[in-house]
Design a protein around this ligand. Structure first.
Ligand code: NAP
Length: 265
């Protein structure tokens, strides 16, 4: 039975990469309506036109790092839709070591990835609680479990997202509202096009996942009782090793990523 048939979904970061692929997967699942959220209205409209005739859609331009914009977006959405699923996927990464990265860049990563998720969760949680039904899917990263040199603010935002989701999951026990985190390894998207990355991660691109491998797991997450789905599944073993023998795993992570970043010591 298709459990997502007839559902209404809000997807942040729907204009590109994983979010865009998630839109198409919800269409395949016969979702009733999809609300596409990101800053770039033109790109959202392109995605919306690709699903025209297959699924209802609503395009809302909104910067999720801006609380006022999120509250307005949620008000507009809730005035026409009864939301069943929220996918907090919008996110950015900016490469740079802590000593040299600007506070502004760190704030923008944290506000988008972590506070953006909090603002959207707060905006849609109440109506879900009232109808005793809903699922919040937070797209984190394997960087929610490994501190990677050059991505401290990004890793911090994703560790925080996982911690927030775990706490929220306990609070929501028995309410009919669920939270699941999807944590992928590297994915071939525009994520690495931020100028700070240069071509530092280019050599690894052949190992990256297609966005569709992640969006399939986001679909699975919507009916899952699990806290976290790691993509690909076998990387769960890596997370387990990191927590079990961190004194062996952490130096390997440090050495290999310092190499990518050309940090000599
Ligand atoms: N690619 C990877 O290797 C990878 C690995 C693990 C986890 N992830 C996570 O996956 C999620 C999606 O990233 P992606 O890989 O699909 O990258 P992407 O192709 O760059 O997509 C990012 C999406 O987020 C939106 N976005 C960025 N800042 C926003 C803001 N302030 N307000 C609203 N929307 C915003 C972008 O749309 P606009 O520019 O139109 O706003 C875009 O739709 C992120 O949370 C990322 O951390 C990515």
């Amino acid at each position: 039975m298709n459990k997502l048939k007839g559902k209404t979904v809000v997807i942040t970061g729907a204009s590109s990469g994983i979010g865009r692929s998630t839109v198409f997967d919800f269409v395949k699942q016969q979702a009733k309506s999809i609300v596409l959220v990101s800053r770039n209205k033109e790109r959202l409209s392109e995605v919306s036109s690709e699903i025209r005739g297959k699924c209802e859609s609503m395009v809302v331009a909104c910067d999720v790092s801006n609380k006022t914009e999120v509250l307005k977006m949620a008000k507009d959405v809730l005035s026409v839709h009864d939301v069943d699923i929220l996918v907090n996927n919008a996110g950015i990464g900016i490469l740079g070591d802590v000593a040299n990265q600007s506070i502004g860049d760190m704030e923008s990563v944290t506000k988008t990835n972590y506070f953006g998720m909090i603002y959207c969760t707060k905006a849609f949680l109440d109506p879900m609680l009232r109808k005793k039904n809903g699922h919040i899917v937070n797209v984190a990263s394997l960087a929610a479990s490994f501190g990677i040199p050059g991505l401290a603010a990004y890793c911090g935002s994703k560790f925080a997202m996982l911690g927030f989701s775990e706490s929220l999951r306990h609070e929501l026990h028995g309410t009919g509202v669920h939270v699941t985190v999807v944590s992928p390894i590297g994915v071939k998207t525009n994520f690495f096009y931020h100028p700070s990355f240069g071509n530092k991660f280019k050599s690894k691109e052949r190992f990256y996942l297609d966005p569709s491998s992640v969006s399939k797991e986001i679909i699975r997450a919507c009916t899952s009782n699990r806290l976290e789905i790691v993509v690909p599944f076998y990387m769960r073993g890596g997370v387990w090793l990191k927590h079990t023998i961190p004194y062996l795993v952490n130096p390997i992570v440090g050495t290999s990523f310092r190499k990518i970043l050309d940090i000599k010591n």
